[in-house]
Write a protein that binds this ligand. Structure first.
Ligand code: TMP
Length: 207
């Protein structure tokens, strides 16, 4: 298991309220229990620059922000996150677990925002040092099931319409169909079952 997780770049992604933060903590514990040095980061965020960009992106006061501006800010935060935090950790052989990544930009700005998934990927390939992780787990969840998991104070992205969030979910599923390194897990199950399914996919894909 140690060799399997060493230096691996693992992403957990999905619609708002899918439970990726909880699953990311469980995954990190599992890796550490297997004696693998592990770090977890969030995208957008983690770096000083990324956290500032995150504040701009999620501030509900910024109602006028358009999809292209969102897209470029998410990509900018990610470019910094990769060079400042992810690459050094991978180079040291650590297992890197990410809360969200490029898959989110494809689903939110690409699909729901209408920019186009393929155009997002093209931009990412041109602007990031590394676009795709070793494995991406999509925690799939129905909007109604996700609602109770959201905090009372919705951020600017969470405040977008039901229709937008339905498209986000479809965007993730569409992408997962095209990408061999993507695995979909039903996130409506209880926490332990979801964790087990996540681990099984990782063992199968990286083993
Ligand atoms: P988080 O609260 O799950 O960390 O994510 C922040 C919000 O930003 C969430 O609503 C998803 C959204 N988002 C995008 O729209 N595009 C992106 O590229 C990323 C990474 C997140």
């Amino acid at each position: 298991m140690k060799e399997l997780l060493k230096g691996k770049f693992i992403v957990l992604d999905g619609p708002d309220g899918c439970g990726k933060s909880t699953q990311s903590k469980l995954l990190r514990k599992w890796a550490q229990d297997n004696q693998v040095e592990t770090v977890s980061f969030r995208d957008p965020g983690t770096t000083v620059i990324g956290e500032k960009i995150r504040d701009i992106l999620l501030d509900p006061a910024h109602k006028e922000m358009n999809t292209r501006c969102e897209l470029l800010l998410y990509m900018a935060a990610r470019a910094q996150l990769y060079s400042e935090s992810i690459a050094p950790a991978l180079n040291q052989g650590k297992c890197v677990i990410l809360d969200r990544w490029l898959s989110s930009t494809c689903a939110y700005q690409g699909c729901a925002g209408g920019f186009g998934i393929q155009k997002v990927v093209k931009l990412a390939l041109d602007s990031l040092e590394r676009a795709w992780p070793d494995i991406t787990i999509i925690l799939d969840i129905d909007l109604e099931d996700a609602k109770p998991r959201l905090s009372a104070n919705l951020d600017r992205m969470e405040q977008k319409s039901k229709d937008y969030h339905e498209k986000v979910r479809q965007g993730f599923l569409e992408l997962a169909k095209e990408m061999e390194s993507f695995k979909v897990v039903d996130a409506a199950d209880d926490i332990d079952t979801v964790h087990e399914n996540v681990m099984n996919h990782i063992k199968a894909a990286l083993g």
